[in-house]
Design a binder for this molecule. Structure first.
Ligand code: AMP
Length: 401
């Protein structure tokens, strides 16, 4: 069974074709700048073929035509025709309180995803475009499944997902913590439970640290999320590449008043100009900030220290929320590759009996246990694979039809 995994953004479309026999990625790529000038297409196959060229795509349907060409023709071809694609799995950012699991797409599901657009204006609107373009391309006979970033967090209790605001805003607008990166937290926590020798996750207390451009932590008990750092949107929690993370709410209204900023302008600052970029002034990319720090850039060092300190505070809070912790998992671009950050975090957790296996920690992007043999808490690097989670859910739903 071959499944095409789609992540549609407002002007982009990422795809990955996965052969579920052996769970092998066959090809993946990106349609960039859809509907705007400077469009491009990038396609890579598992055997190392790579092509990148400029092409204007007027909409997501045009992007799918480009994907079809790349997958079925020329040197980067991995299938003979789109008929070989059994099903499509779509990544959806916001499932709100409606979706606590992945589901098969029908008109009602599309309408429900549309109804959540106010909670994730950029993302959900683009996802609907992606679903409609896929239906147009593949026809109604090819099943489409939607997998939500939020649904793994649906198990949080109200005491974790509500804020101390007038309750009516929750009732009127569904303002609450939803949490994101759910597919990643699910994938790595499940794998961690296996590594702990408890594949059903019963009796396990795990903290998963998804640290990438966007970052979040989740506290997972018996395989179920009890708390997470991201909130109504992927802005809450600790400092990220260009996102602020948690800020005293009145600091925001104060700045808006002083600078005469509209909500949209403030939102742009909090999402695009804050975090590691906002403090260091160097970049939102961790590699640039780290390089600057090593070269003696003081503000890069401050940004680095702030992020680490904030992560440690959340870990401490989550250990209390869980009533202890068996294992901590590092994943995503930074979590899988940032040796120094992992080392410093773990050294700061010595008070809970954490020890580091320095040699194992000196690796990047591979599954490995990085805590010492004598450590009271185990720690792992587990590379995430959100596309595979989407493909697995899609397969399960299609097989049950
Ligand atoms: P993600 O959002 O998960 O793709 O992660 C992107 C972040 O991971 C960026 O800040 C990158 O700088 C960082 N990253 C990716 N690869 C590496 C690497 N080899 N070493 C250090 N950081 C990396």
């Amino acid at each position: 069974m071959k499944i095409l995994v789609i992540n549609a953004g407002s002007s982009s479309l990422k795809y990955q074709l996965i052969d579920m026999d052996g769970e092998k990625m066959l090809a993946k790529g990106l349609c960039g700048r859809i509907g705007i000038d400077g469009g491009y297409f990038d396609h890579k196959t598992a055997d190392g073929y790579h092509t990148h060229y400029d092409v204007q795509m007027k909409d997501h349907t045009a992007a799918f035509a480009e994907v079809k060409k790349a997958l079925t023709e020329g040197e980067g071809k991995v299938i003979d025709s789109f008929d070989e694609v059994t099903a499509i799995g779509h990544r959806i950012v916001q499932g709100g309180a409606i979706f606590d699991k992945s589901v098969l797409v029908d008109e009602k599901v599309i309408a429900d995803i549309e109804s959540l657009i106010p909670l994730a204006p950029l993302h959900n609107a683009a996802h609907v475009q992606g679903i409609r373009a896929a239906i147009e391309t593949f026809g109604k006979d090819v099943p489409e499944v939607v997998v939500f970033d939020t649904s793994f967090h649906a198990t949080m209790p109200p005491k974790a997902y509500l804020w101390g605001l007038p309750y009516e805003y929750y009732e009127k607008y569904a303002v609450r913590r939803y949490g994101f990166h759910g597919t990643s937290h699910r994938f790595v926590s499940k794998r961690c439970a296996e590594l702990l020798g408890k594949p059903d996750a019963k009796g396990t207390k795990i903290i998963t640290c998804h640290i990438g451009n966007g970052s979040s932590l989740a506290a997972i008990k018996d395989g179920k999320v009890i708390d997470t750092t991201m909130g109504l949107t992927p802005l809450d929690g600790f400092m990220m590449g260009s996102r602020s993370g948690a800020v005293d709410p009145s600091a925001i209204t104060f700045i808006m008043e002083k600078e005469g900023l509209s909500p949209a302008e403030m939102d742009e600052i909090l999402n695009k100009k804050s975090g590691m970029l906002g403090i260091s002034g160097v970049s939102s990319d961790d590699r640039d900030v780290t390089k600057a720090m090593t070269e003696g850039h003081e503000m890069a060092k401050l940004a680095w220290d702030m992020r680490e300190y904030q992560i440690l505070k959340y870990i401490g809070g989550f250990v209390t929320a869980l009533g202890g912790v068996d294992a901590i998992v590092f994943t995503a671009g930074i979590g899988e590759n940032q040796i120094q950050l992992r080392k410093e975090i773990m050294e700061n957790l010595a008070y809970m009996g954490m020890t580091l296996n320095e040699e194992n920690n000196n690796t990047r992007g591979q599954e490995i246990e990085i805590s010492g043999a004598d450590s009271a808490v185990r720690a792992f690097v587990i590379p995430t694979n959100e596309e595979l989670v989407i493909a697995r859910d899609t397969k399960a739903i299609v097989e049950a039809l």
